[in-house]
Design a protein around this ligand. Structure first.
Ligand code: HEC
Length: 127
């Protein structure tokens, strides 16, 4: 059902109610929740400080209030599969688990993309 993605393994919610799998915004919201994007990107996904204070990385805003406003779906796929963003930044896999996220199916990635694009345009959090 989840393809190669170890969704169960990274979920904090023992009993998440899964909407039907597919390239839908609802399923994307579910994936973003169970894959714990919010533990780093923040409850509103507008970024901030890295959860482990010994890591100096800042976590980008992934609402349309950040760089993702300029991305298209293909940019998102490329970033999750290769770790390279449209700005040419090679994301550090130790800070951003793109290698694991990139194992998601295209339908799952599309679902996540649809959800992220649907978020309110939120100003970037700095801490
Ligand atoms: C362990 C913390 C962590 C988790 C979990 C995490 N991210 Fe990230 N994410 C980061 C960090 C840190 C960066 C910046 C990486 C860099 O530049 O090296 C980043 C960058 C990104 C970017 C690029 C943003 C930009 O403007 O360049 C996207 C898109 C993204 N993450 C999406 C996600 C999604 C979707 C999930 C969940 C499926 C997720 N992230 C889970 C920490 C995390």
């Amino acid at each position: 059902m989840f393809g190669k993605l170890p969704v169960e393994a990274v979920s904090h919610d023992p009993n998440p109610v899964a909407p039907p799998a597919g390239a839908t915004l609802e399923y994307g919201e579910y994936l973003v929740n169970v894959m714990d994007c919010k533990s780093c990107h923040g409850e509103n996904l507008a970024g901030g400080a890295f959860p482990n204070p010994s890591v100096t990385a800042t976590v980008p805003n992934i609402t349309p209030g950040g760089d993702l406003a300029q991305w298209n779906e293909q940019d998102f796929f490329n970033a999750m599969k290769t770790g390279v963003t449209p700005r040419g930044n090679q994301m550090n896999p130790l800070h951003m688990p793109w290698k694991e996220i990139g194992l998601a199916s295209d339908a799952e990635l599309k679902a996540m993309w649809l959800y992220l694009q649907s978020l309110p345009k939120t100003a970037t959090q700095t801490k």
